[in-house]
Design a protein around this ligand. Structure first.
Ligand code: IMP
Length: 479
């Protein structure tokens, strides 16, 4: 049985057809002679709408379920960062799907899904994930999945090196999926990229790949030897890559050109981030961050195009969770934290690790809203707090008696942060509610406060994991 769900908007049947349409559209502007060249392009382009989804906390805000919801309106879902460290849980009519590297639009028929160049791709994990999702009745083919040529690969050597790093004094409590070392190779200009593993039956391509493996191993084997480990053999890396290359090859595409053509054809694009604002390599709680640019401001960069007509939707949970090391000013190391964890099922979708839980921290959320240019919020999991007598929200920090309206950058001050709380009356019966009018008044006041404090509206309220348990107050594609 197919689990695809039809979108309300026009169903995309043929990628090539739309590319042709876009080309014709641009072509018309070339043909016109009455006005200047630039004016014609402006008139004839029907730039599509883009919605970029970003988490504004420490990850696991329910981005996947919001992306899946909005995918119903989208022609394209494009992911711009991260890899198999992400875990997106999506529930459709009670059926649960766990996605890690596949964009969240893969469950919606007619949507083109893009693995953008800002991501890193683990070929073994990726092919396994495709097969697992297929077994659930989802069609995956080169028509609905495209992988950018310049995505760097995550290889077993990256996981081995990460395990060594994580056993040392600089351990960060990562997901151990090889993400950090793979991004290090990208920046170090020695990564093996998707383009390097296509058409390996051609001797020149094979030779080129072998040279790249050699260069990469020169670096990594020196590290392995330093750790007293055996070096990795070139032929082992080659055999490993060859095992998956043929399965990946049909999906490899020139993404920037295709996305540009789709935008010019007036198509709706949903841009999906992973890991969230506070795990950004530059703007997060460094060094307790992931190795990619998670920020919405890096989304166009992570896809190779300038995002036009872009609306940024920040996803926030009604409380906070964090997994891994790093500052967490509102953490609850008590029964309340445990209660949130159990009701909210706050266990990692990728690693199964239990997430730390705490109250909503609007100080860090507000900063993330600025860093990411967030236009509106999607608020998730308020239903998890159903039945609590009182609920707290952090509205300021105190460090050594001094008040802060932002996250101090110095790690030495993180343990000293004392949250300043505002207390709200608890609410009830939020689970599964599908209209704002039916929400408990106390929850409505909580939402109003979030809007007033952050200065951005809450446009979507999620009252449960299922696609149907959502209240859409304003559709970002129509905003
Ligand atoms: P890495 O991304 O595996 O390098 O891990 C770096 C940090 O980011 C660790 O604290 C991880 O727990 C955290 N992290 C990575 N991916 C996710 C995610 O999808 N959700 C929440 N935390 C994540």
């Amino acid at each position: 049985m197919s689990v695809f769900f039809m979108r309300n908007s026009e169903i995309m049947k043929d990628w090539i057809h739309y590319l042709a349409m876009a080309t014709t559209c641009v072509g018309l502007s070339f043909a016109s002679t009455t006005s200047s060249y630039g004016e014609n392009i402006q008139k004839n382009e029907k730039t599509g709408k883009t919605v970029t989804i970003v988490g504004v906390q420490f990850g696991d805000e329910s981005k996947g379920s919001i992306t899946d919801l909005l995918a119903q309106e989208a022609d394209i879902v494009a992911r711009y960062n991260g890899g198999s460290n992400a875990g997106h849980t999506i529930v459709i009519e009670g059926k649960k799907f766990k996605l890690s590297s596949l964009p969240s639009g893969i469950l919606t028929k007619g949507v083109i899904n893009v693995v953008g160049p800002g991501m890193v791709l683990d070929p073994e994990q990726f092919t396994q994930e495709m097969n697992r999702i297929r077994e659930n009745g989802v069609e995956i083919s080169p028509t609905n999945l495209k992988i950018a040529e310049n995505v760097p690969l995550v290889l077993p050597i990256h996981k081995e090196l990460e395990a060594l790093q994580e056993s040392g004094s600089g351990a960060l409590n990562t997901t151990k999926k090889g993400i950090g070392p793979a991004y290090e190779d990208k920046i170090g200009r020695r990564a093996i990229r998707v383009r390097d593993i296509v058409k390996l039956e051609e001797p020149k391509n094979l030779d080129s790949l072998i040279t790249k493996i050699k260069v990469m191993l020169e670096h990594h084997n020196a590290l392995l030897r330093g750790h007293g480990k055996d070096p990795v053999k070139e032929e082992d890396v080659l055999t490993y890559i060859q095992k998956f290359a043929k399965e990946i090859e049909p999906y490899v595409a020139v993404i920037w050109r295709d996305l540009d053509a789709m935008q010019k054809a007036g198509k709706n694009m949903l841009v999906e981030g992973a890991q969230s604002a506070w795990l950004d390599i530059s703007h997060g709680t460094y060094p307790y961050v992931t190795s990619s640019h998670t920020s919405a401001s890096a989304a166009g960069y992570g896809l190779g195009i300038a995002l036009k007509n872009n609306f940024v939707l920040g996803v926030v949970k009604a409380y906070t969770t964090r997994v891994g090391n790093g500052p967490f000013p509102t953490i609850l190391n008590d029964e309340t934290g445990e209660r949130i964890r159990q009701i909210g099922q706050e266990f990692g979708a990728v690693t199964g690790r239990q997430r730390d839980c705490g109250w909503l921290d609007l100080v860090s959320v507000k900063q993330a809203i600025v860093n990411n240019g967030v236009n509106a919020l999607a608020l998730a999991k308020g239903d998890v707090l159903d039945g609590f007598d009182t609920i707290k929200v952090c509205i300021g920090y105190k460090v050594d008696g001094k008040e802060y309206d932002h996250m101090p950058i110095d790690p030495a001050s993180w343990d000293k942060i004392e949250p300043i709380y505002k207390v709200f009356k608890g609410w009830n019966n939020t689970k599964g509610v599908t209209s704002k009018e039916k929400l408990n008044d106390n929850y409505k006041q909580y939402i109003k406060f979030i809007e007033d404090y952050t200065g951005v509206p809450v446009s979507i309220i999620s009252t449960g994991p299922d696609r149907n348990e959502k209240i859409v107050l304003s559709n970002p594609f129509k905003a």
